[in-house]
Design a protein. Structure first.
Length: 647
């Protein structure tokens, strides 16, 4: 073909594109003509560049169209065309935008398909976009924030701390250069807050968590008054407050998180794809409050929220695995609290219709395992939460073993705990969690089989879990309890005093862990007191029992309902006071024995029969005042340094 014919062919293709025929710029013969024209003519009048610009426009349009449509083929085509666009015009004025769009497309495909290669390439594209953006370009903040999000996603898969630090730095830079009145400020703040929460989860630094909460408040304030964006930021702020509650034990944080979770659900339009996530997060928060303070009402509402979250997902929905996993956790919590309630089955979900007015959907004892098994079946190993799904199934099997005694459930719980650990990279912040879980499963099996290999491995795993957990991390106390239990089990089997000493020391460290939940510290204190007493170490036993008694006022603070106070204290107070008194007598501390006996009984009666009402009515009318009173109450109830309740 002549230069004139080639020119005519390209001109016609561009004209067709401008009239709406987007396929015109995908015709292979057109691009063959473009290559031939460049070979024959020193100057083509900019036709080839115009054709390339049209193809890039189509790629950008296609990418935007696939954001709200599940069009895998369209997304792949957009990514392929964007890859061509960034390489065929390295000096283009819009090169940064091209890299940015490519990164966005790769991130979107990663979220849908879970291929780590897409995420790695998205990070590369993000860095290229930031590097190609002038310092005075208003789009630089958004590109830094997008790169921060990509690095956070990669950190979740690989656990590379450098990615997380870069994500925090880039998020901070993005916020720092965004004007106060910018409509994009809320997004920048939300991305930074997520990075700070992740880094706190990794290292346990309270400063990161406090900063995440402060940033989260700003993100909510910068959000529109309604809509899904505001809902997501409300929910994220609530999650950060739940995490801080686990650190400090201030009920006001947990109450605020529940309120934010409800606001997030209310702010999400019916039918919106994010509604299920908001419901699921609310269910998790309600479950946390129930398990912390014993509220049966919270647990009923958690079951309902988690069930509704699952119902928002259709068959094949990629979010179904996470929602089902959360739902399975709530079901297991319900079984631990009230046990099974019979009734007509409600489909294959394991739910049953309520048999009492106002009761939640009760569950069959096998429902928790059925749900977690379904999660494992439908999720792909590439899913970022795959280890969690495996671990949850292991826990559900262990629960069923405790209820039914089927040894096969116990063996399977160990197997799935091994799968979860194997699926987690060493150095990942969740690695200690799965080390600890496998150790606990092996301890349970050792109790039934007495296989010394099981308890030896359990001790090794528990040590690794503790040493891999930052000192101030709230989960460390629970892992210390697991280590103590493993060492004590081996001591009971083999009689090595070093194992007994190690167990008592681990439990003592757990009692002293002020960042841990109160019930965890109380558990450690009671284990320590009992083991020391059996070993004839009466002084150590008396000190531990007194520490347990000192923790009682923190267990059932006055901000929860009377019924829930009774649930918590009737379960613990009398036994703790009795054991503390007995330990004191064994240590020849008769005066202290009487005091501790009265303390255990006094906490129960004082908090249940006190003429002051609970905070329920105040929370409804003056939530800020109720939150302030709750914070004051918990500080007054903290034990003093010697283990006695503060006055």
């Amino acid at each position: 073909m002549s230069v004139a014919d080639l020119t005519a062919r390209l001109t016609a293709a561009i004209a067709s594109f401008e009239r709406g025929d987007r396929q015109a710029v995908l015709d292979g013969e057109v691009w063959d003509a473009a290559a031939e024209l460049q070979r024959l003519a020193a100057a083509d009048g900019g036709l080839v560049e115009r054709l390339r610009a049209c193809r890039y426009r189509y790629a950008a349009e296609l990418l935007r169209a696939t954001v709200d449509a599940d069009d895998a083929a369209g997304l792949t085509l957009a990514i392929d065309l964007l890859e061509i666009a960034v390489h065929e015009a390295p000096d283009a004025a819009d090169l940064a935008a091209r890299w940015s769009n490519l990164g966005a497309g790769l991130q979107l495909r990663f979220k849908r398909a879970g291929r780590i290669e897409d995420l790695d390439r998205a990070v590369e594209a993000g860095f290229a976009a930031v590097a190609a953006t002038p310092a005075d370009d208003l789009r630089l903040a958004a590109r830094r924030s997008n790169l921060s999000a990509a690095l956070q996603n990669r950190f979740k898969r690989t656990g590379d701390r450098a990615d997380l630090d870069d994500a925090v730095d880039l998020g901070s830079q993005a916020v720092g250069i965004t004007p106060a009145g910018s409509p994009h400020l809320g997004s920048m703040l939300a991305t930074l807050g997520a990075a700070l929460q992740l880094r706190h989860e990794c290292a346990g630094a309270l400063a990161d968590l406090d900063r995440a909460i402060a940033v989260g408040h700003r993100a909510v304030e910068a959000s529109p008054p309604a809509g899904a964006r505001r809902a997501g930021r409300l929910s994220s702020l609530g999650a950060a407050l739940v995490t801080r509650f686990h650190h400090l034990g201030v009920p006001a944080d947990l109450d605020r998180a529940v309120d934010l979770g409800r606001q997030a659900v209310d702010a999400t339009p019916a039918g919106h794809p994010d509604l299920g996530a908001m419901l699921s997060n609310l269910g998790n928060t309600l479950q946390t409050r129930s398990e912390s303070f014993g509220s049966s009402t919270d647990l009923r509402q958690a079951v309902d929220a988690a069930r509704l979250a699952v119902e928002q997902c259709g068959t094949g929905d990629p979010r179904l695995a996470v929602r089902l996993s959360n739902f399975g956790g709530v079901l297991r919590a319900w079984l631990r609290r009230v046990g099974a309630v019979t009734g007509p089955p409600d489909g294959a979900t394991g739910l049953r219709r309520p048999v009492l007015p106002g009761a939640p959907f009760a569950v069959d004892p096998i429902a928790g395992v059925d749900v977690t098994a379904r999660v494992v079946r439908i999720a792909a190993p590439e899913h970022p939460q795959w280890p969690m799904f495996l671990s949850s199934h292991s826990n559900a099997l262990a629960d069923r073993f405790e209820r039914g005694g089927a040894v096969e459930d116990l063996h399977q719980s160990v197997t799935f705990a091994r799968y979860a650990l194997a699926a987690t990279l060493a150095g990942h912040p969740h690695h200690p969690r799965y080390l600890s879980n496998l150790g606990l499963r092996l301890q349970a099996r050792f109790a039934g089989t007495a296989d010394p290999a099981d308890v030896a491995e359990a001790v090794r795993l528990a040590w690794a879990a503790v040493t891999g957990t930052p000192p101030e991390h709230p989960a460390r106390a629970g892992r210390l309890i697991g280590l103590g239990a493993a060492l004590h089990a081996r001591f009971a089997a083999a009689g090595a005093v070093a194992d007994l000493d190690g167990a008592l020391s681990a439990w003592e460290d757990a009692v002293a862990a002020v960042s841990a939940p109160v019930d965890v510290r109380l558990d450690a204190a009671r284990r320590l007191a009992e083991a020391a007493a059996r070993a004839g170490r009466t002084e150590e036993s008396a000190d531990a029992a007194a520490a347990a008694a000192g923790l009682l006022p923190m267990l059932a603070w006055r901000g929860i309902s009377r019924g829930d106070q009774y649930f918590l204290l009737s379960r613990e107070a009398a036994a703790v006071g009795r054991d503390a008194g007995a330990s004191a007598l064994a240590a020849d501390r008769s005066g202290r024995a009487v005091e501790l006996l009265e303390q255990g009984r006094g906490v129960l009666w004082t908090q249940l029969l006190d003429s002051r009402t609970d905070l329920g009515a105040l929370r409804r009318s003056r939530p800020a005042l109720a939150a302030a009173l709750a914070a004051c109450r918990i500080r007054l109830d903290r034990p003093s340094e010697d283990g006695a309740a503060g006055g």
